[in-house]
Design a protein around this ligand. Sequence first.
Ligand SMILES: Cc1cc2nc3c(=O)[nH]c(=O)nc-3n(C[C@H](O)[C@H](O)[C@H](O)COP(=O)(O)OP(=O)(O)OC[C@H]3O[C@@H](n4cnc5c(N)ncnc54)[C@H](O)[C@@H]3O)c2cc1C
Length: 408
Amino acid sequence: MHRRTFLTTGGRVVAGIAITGCLPRTGPGPAPSSRRRVDLVPVDVSWDRIIRTTVGLRPHRDSGFVVRADRFDEKTVIHNYGHGGAGYSLSWGTGALVADLALAHTERRAAVIGCGIVGLTAARQLQRRGFDVTIYAAALPPETTSNMAWAAFTPVSGLVTAERRTPEWDDQFRRAVDIAYRQHQLLVGTRYGVSWIDDYSPIADPNAPRRRSAVSGDESGPGLLGAGMTLGRTMLGPGEHPFATPYASRVPSLRFEPSIYLDALMRDVIEFGGRIVVRSFETPRDLMSLSESLLVNCSGLGAKALFGDEELVPVKGQLTVLVPQADVTYSAGGMMPRSDGIMLGHVSQRGNWSMEVDEAERKRVVDGAIAFFGRMRAPSAPPARTNGSSEPQPITPPPVESFFDRQS
Ligand SMILES: Cc1cc2nc3c(=O)[nH]c(=O)nc-3n(C[C@H](O)[C@H](O)[C@H](O)COP(=O)(O)OP(=O)(O)OC[C@H]3O[C@@H](n4cnc5c(N)ncnc54)[C@H](O)[C@@H]3O)c2cc1C
C-alpha cells in the first residue's frame, strides 16, 4: 500500500504526510470549547489546475547513507551519498561530518562531485573550514533529483532499514541530524526559501493503536532515538478544525523551496570563492585526472555506476503540481504549498528507474486530493492569521525527534 494512499488503520484515518507513530499517548486533548476553531482555506484541486508533474529517484540504501573516507591511488575520496528521502533534511549534517574528515587531509583544495543538495551543502561546510572548493557535476539545478523533492524536514524518510543499522551509523545519523536541524532553523527566510509551516493530519480516533515505523522503533529493533515522537503536536477535537475526520493533529514542520534554496546555495558557493564546473565522470579512473587530491563524492544515485555501489537502489517519487494558491498556508492531505506551485502527493516505488510520469499514480493522487479538499469545511471568515492557525506559533522549535515519523 502506498504511504500516501488515504487509508484507515485501526480506526484512524491517515492522509498525506501520514503520521505513522506519533499520536499523543494520552487522550484527544482539551475539550472542543477551550480553543478557537482553526480556519484554513481548502486547496482548489481540479485537473485543469495542474501545471506540471515531476519525477525523481531517491538514492536509497538499506543500510543508510555512506559517509566514509577511502583511498583511490593517490587521491582521498570522502563519500557522502545515499540519503534516500532525507537528503534535504540531513545534508548540512553529513556535509559537516565530511568536512571534519577532510580536515585530516593536508590539502586545503577539495573537488566535490555533485551539485544537488548534498554536494552544495558539503561544499559550504568545507568552505566554512577554509577549503578552496570546486564542484564538478554532470547536472546542475534545476536538473538534479534535489529539484524534484517534496522537500520537507523528514530526517528518517526512506533512509534506512532498521535491521541494517549499526551503532556506528546510528552515531553518524545522530550527529548529522542535530547539526542539520540547527542549521535549517538559521536559514529560515526568503533568501533560502526555508520556512516553518503547520502540518495537519486528519485522525478518526486518537486512541486507536499506533502504527510504528521501522526507524521509529518496532519489532525489528529500537528506534533511532526512541522517544520524542509525540512532541510538538497539538490534537484538535471535533469543531476545532476544518477536516472531515473528528480529530486532526497539528505540528510545525520545516519546508524547503528547492528552486530558491538550491540557487541560493550555488550563489553562496561562488560568493565564497568556489567554482562550479559541468563535467561528467564515467569511472573512478576519470576522477584521477582532477588536480585536487581530495575528492568528496556527493553523486547521489550516480554513485551506483561511478563507484559500483550495488546497494544503491532508486525509490521513484512523483509530484503533481497545481497553480500556486497564496491563501493556502498549511500542509495537509499530501499537499505542500510553495511559491512555485501546490505540490500534491507522493509516489514511492522501490527499484523503479523510469523517469516517465506514472499516470495511474497521478490519477490516484489528484483524485484523492479532490476528495480530501472537497470534504474540508471552508472558512466562515477570512483566517485571522496568515499561517492559517488561530493559536500562537511556537517560540522555540519542537525537538528534532518529533520529526522522526515524517515521510516524504
Ligand atoms: C519525490 C521526492 C520527494 C522527496 N522529498 C524529500 C523531503 O521531503 N525531504 C528530504 O529531506 N528529502 C526528500 N527527498 C530526497 C532528496 O531529494 C534526495 O535525498 C536528495 O535530492 C539527494 O541529493 P543528492 O545531492 O545526493 O543527489 P542529486 O540531487 O541527485 O545530485 C547528484 C549530483 O551528482 C551529479 N552526478 C551524479 N553522477 C555523476 C557523475 N558520474 N559525474 C558527474 N556528476 C555526477 C549529478 O549530476 C548531480 O549534480 C525527496 C526525493 C524525491 C524524489
